[in-house]
Every structure is written in structure tokens, then in C-alpha cells.
Design a protein around this ligand. Structure first.
Ligand SMILES: [Zn+2]
Length: 244
């Protein structure tokens, strides 16, 4: 590699959290942590039985609170500190492992477990505590309108304007632990490629033959991603080289 990148977008999915011991939330058999998706991850389920939905996320919160980032998350922080580019992380994960690792510019397009949104006024606040239908919005005072700030099936992804802008200008797009053929990753790589980015896929094993990726790298992201980061850092010119 000889190219010095200016704008890097790293898309992450469940595969990067799996190495921190977190189960895959959306699995191929349609279950969401062993619950039926239509019971815990749709807006209809929330209106039908908000406390059942709250209980599901209340029970999930401590596990995600205690989870620790792994080398794949940590090497992104190193890259952001040492590589002279704008580097954004777009994640499908609702855990906060990127933040715990010290990553900056993180966009949670599926929401995050430690946030609550008021369906009445749109106010978003953070908590690791339990939430119920008895709770009142700290902003507008309405009771019973608080919802986990998790994107349910049928709801729009978050931060898509920002993500579009990032993809428009990115010259390196890296996808980690998410299928390259499923929306939104498939759309993101297509967009990035159209704008001329180099594209890399990191996955545990082959998930696709998506030709939009220039390189497919298979294996645990906790091993493969730090190696890739070291390669990128090796191409950063030293101060002496810069002044020549
Ligand atoms: Zn409110």
C-alpha cells in the first residue's frame, strides 16, 4: 500500500462484538436474542405491550454495560490517533464497545442500548438503568412515551444524512463483521465504490463474493484488523519525510 487516505469510513456489525462475548442480536433464524423479533423489536410490539419490550432491553443492558472492547475496537482508536485522516465509525451495533475503546466519530445507525428516546418530544437521554411505562420524560414531562433508542424493524436508520456525506467523500471503506450482501452494508460499499474508495471486507469467514470489495480478509477481526491498522500506519510518512 502506498496510498495515503484522507477520509476513512469503518462500518462494523455484530461480528466485531462477538469477539467481546456478545451474542449476535439479529441472527439468520429471525430470532433476536432468542425472542421473536415481532415481540421485542417492532413498534407494534412496543405499543401493544411496552413493559414487555422494556423488560427485554432492561435485561440486556447489564450484559452490554459489562462487556469489554477487544483488539479490533482498540486498534481503531490507535488509527484515529496516529493516522492523518478523518476517520469515522458507522456501527450497526447497539453496544458501546467503540466508545469504551476510545473511538471518536461513532454513528450508531441502529441506535444504542444506553439511550432512551421520548416518542412525544424526541428528546434522547442516556441511562444504563431500567426503564418502564411509568417513567416520565425529563424534557417534556409526558409519562409512558419513553422507548429504547433502538431502531426497530420498520423504523428508519439513524444518522443517514451524515453517513451519506461520509461515504461521498471517503477514499477507504472498511467493513468489519457484517455481511457484505445485506442492506445496509451492501448499499454502503456500492456508494463508496462509486465515489472511488478502496474497499475492504473483514469477516470471520466468507459470506459473499461481493465484487464491490477490492479485498476480502477472513479470520477473527481481533487479529486481522490490528494487522491492517499496522500496515496503514507503516505508510504514514514521518515528519522528516514530510519536510523533504
Ligand atoms: Zn419528552
Amino acid at each position: 500500500m502506498t496510498r495515503l487516505y484522507k477520509n476513512i469510513v469503518i462500518l462494523t456489525g455484530a461480528g466485531i462484538s462477538a469477539e467481546s462475548g456478545l451474542a449476535t442480536f439479529r441472527s439468520s433464524n429471525g430470532l433476536w436474542n432468542n425472542h421473536r423479533v415481532e415481540d421485542v423489536a417492532t413498534i407494534e410490539a412496543y405499543w401493544r405491550n411496552p413493559d414487555y419490550v422494556h423488560q427485554f432491553y432492561n435485561e440486556m443492558r447489564p450484559e452490554l454495560y459489562n462487556a469489554k472492547p477487544n483488539p479490533a475496537h482498540l486498534c481503531i482508536t490507535e488509527l484515529q490517533k496516529k493516522y492523518p485522516a478523518h476517520i469515522a465509525v458507522v456501527t450497526q451495533n447497539v453496544d458501546t464497545l467503540h466508545e469504551k475503546a476510545g473511538n471518536q466519530n461513532v454513528f450508531h445507525i441502529h441506535g444504542q442500548i444506553n439511550q432512551i428516546v421520548c416518542m412525544n418530544c424526541g428528546h434522547v437521554f442516556e441511562t444504563w438503568g431500567d426503564v418502564s411505562s411509568e417513567d416520565k420524560c425529563e424534557h417534556c414531562g409526558t409519562t409512558g412515551m419513553l422507548k429504547p433508542n433502538i431502531v426497530f424493524f420498520g423504523e428508519s436508520l439513524l444518522y443517514m444524512d451524515q453517513v451519506d456525506r461520509l461515504l461521498n467523500s471517503c477514499d477507504l471503506f472498511v467493513s468489519v463483521g457484517t455481511s457484505g450482501v445485506v442492506y445496509p452494508a451492501a448499499g454502503f460499499v456500492q456508494f463508496a465504490k462509486m465515489f472511488g474508495a478502496d474497499t475492504y471486507e473483514f469477516n470471520m469467514e466468507e459470506t459473499s463474493n461481493n465484487s464491490l470489495f477490492d479485498k476480502h480478509i477472513y479470520g477473527p477481526a481481533g487479529t486481522t484488523l490490528p494487522q491492517f491498522v499496522q500496515q496503514l500506519l507503516a505508510d504514514v510518512p514521518t515528519k522528516e519525510e514530510m519536510s523533504k
